[in-house]
Structures are given as C-alpha cells and as structure tokens.
Design a protein around this ligand. Structure first.
Ligand SMILES: Nc1ncnc2c1ncn2[C@@H]1O[C@H](COP(=O)(O)OP(=O)(O)OP(=O)(O)O)[C@@H](O)[C@H]1O
Ligand SMILES: [Mg+2]
Length: 252
C-alpha cells in the first residue's frame, strides 16, 4: 500500500465524488491496484461507476465487519479497480456502531486488513463532519480537499480544518492535508481567480498544481455509469484528472 486518501469537505457539491471516481479510475488504468470506498449513503460514486447501491453488504461492512473484507468489496469491470459500494445501511451508521467503543477507528481497522492488496485506497466522504468522515480521516494518510471556486469556499475550508484538527487531537489520526484541489475552475470568472489567490495565500505549498476545469462532460459521465476517461477520453475534464493522477503518483 502506498497511500490511503480521504476525499473530504463537509461542504456539499464541491466535486468530492467526481474526484474520487475519476482519480480512482485513472490510477487503475495507469496500473495501480485501487480500492474506492464509497461511504456516502447517497451512493454517487457507486452509481457513477455503473454499480448498484444496495441495502447492506457494501461499505457498511467495512465499518461493522472490518476483518471480513471479502464481504464488503467487489471487483469492478475496470481492471485493477475494486469498489466497496455504498449501502442504505450507511445512513444509520451512528446507530449501527453505537455500542462500538472504537467506532471512529473501524475503517482504519478495515484498511489495515487489505494493505497488501492495494496500492491506493480512496474514500469518498459524505458532506458532513460526523462519524463517517471521521472514520475516513482516522483511516487516511492524506486528505484531498476539493475546493469549488465560488463564494463561501473559504468558510467551508475553515470548518474542514477544524474537523481535521479534531480527528488528530481526539482520535490520534495521523492524517495530513495531501492538498487542496481547485474544482470547477473557470479562469474567466474573477471570483474563481480570487478564491485561488486566497487559498494560495493561506495554504501555500498545500495546493495541487492541477486545477479541475468546469467541464459539462464530468457532469454527464456519471449518468451513463461511466468514469470520464471512458465516457470522453479526450475531454478537458478527463485530461485534468489524468494530470492530477500523475501529480499524485509522482509524489508517492
Ligand atoms: N469539474 C466539473 N465540471 C462540471 N461539473 C462538475 C465538475 N465537478 C463536479 N461536477 C458536477 O457538480 C455536481 C457536484 O459534484 P460532486 O457530486 O462530485 O460533488 P460532491 O462534493 O461529491 O457532492 P456531495 O457533497 O453531495 O457528495 C455533480 O452534478 C457533478 O457532476
Ligand atoms: Mg459526493
């Protein structure tokens, strides 16, 4: 195992799932053994890959049966890419784990059991700062924080860093910021350029060089159950995720 990434930002709709699906796919296509763990009950990463969400027996199992990975992950039709699909049961994870003393460390236990099977694990988080993202942050080596270049982006980041601080201070998480990733970036929009400048000012050295442009193809691909690299291999969106994949592989 080279690295475990949580893709997190409690702000909704900032490009977490789009990043998780496309980064996981590009890593797999480039030859890395990759697990995408969809712990968002919305199941967008699961359906974006053309797989079905289900009642149980997917990513919920990573939390409730961390020692039995064969029961909660499955191969996808993309070579090298394995999926722990989202389940309805994830929605009641708080209830499910209420008696579990180490309820914030279940995912950490789960990935410890599969370390030798994968090069990368990507965990797509729901837009909250509850039990599920906390499990992801405790399990992860690095967090990728997508930043949508629009108003309120900075407020969201402050909250995200608070959650990260809690994971480190209260749960002993070793997770670090892998990088802030600018998503849906349009250089012609002055506000987008301002947000980028603001984030660079506060978090210099912690941003990915690759910027993900706004590209309708990235929004269309999931409705066909396809990652962008299959749906529109020559699109700007695909190119950006290929470039991000290179940036991440080169750094690890
Ligand atoms: N670079 C992009 N260009 C165009 N559309 C995009 C881009 N990135 C994401 N989208 C679209 O924006 C919406 C939100 O993206 P996505 O689902 O990845 O965000 P999210 O952070 O995972 O959301 P949630 O917080 O609900 O889980 C989706 O409809 C997605 O298809
Ligand atoms: Mg999502």
């Amino acid at each position: 195992m080279k690295k475990i990434f949580a893709i997190a930002n409690q702000k909704g709709g900032v490009g977490k799932t789009t990043t998780a699906v496309n980064l996981a796919t590009c890593l797999a296509v480039a030859g890395s053994r990759c697990l995408l763990n969809d712990i968002d009950p919305q199941g967008n990463a699961t359906s974006g890959l053309g797989s079905e969400t289900r009642a149980e027996g997917g990513a919920d199992g990573a939390l409730s049966a961390p020692n039995r990975p064969d029961t909660w992950m499955e191969k996808t039709r993309i070579e090298n890419l394995t999926l722990a699909p989202a389940t309805d049961k994830l929605g009641s994870a708080e209830l499910l784990l209420r008696h579990e003393v180490n309820r914030y460390r279940q995912l950490q236990r789960a990935v410890a059991n599969i370390r030798d099977k994968f090069d990368y694990v990507l965990i797509d988080c729901p837009p909250s700062c509850g039990l599920l993202p906390m499990n992801a942050l405790v399990a992860a080596d690095e967090v990728i924080i997508p930043v949508q270049c629009e108003y309120y982006a900075m407020e969201g980041l402050a909250q995200m860093l608070d959650t990260l601080g809690t994971a480190q201070a209260e749960q002993g998480a070793n997770v670090e910021v892998g990088g802030f990733l600018f998503t849906m970036f349009d250089p012609h929009v002055p506000l987008a350029r301002e947000i980028v400048a603001d984030v660079l000012k506060h978090f210099f050295g912690k941003t990915y060089t690759t910027r993900i442009p706004r590209d309708p193809v990235l929004g269309e691909a999931p409705s066909h159950g396809l990652p962008a690299i299959e749906y529109a291999p020559r699109s700007r969106g695909t190119n950006a995720y290929v470039q991000l994949t290179r940036e991440i592989v080169d750094a690890n």
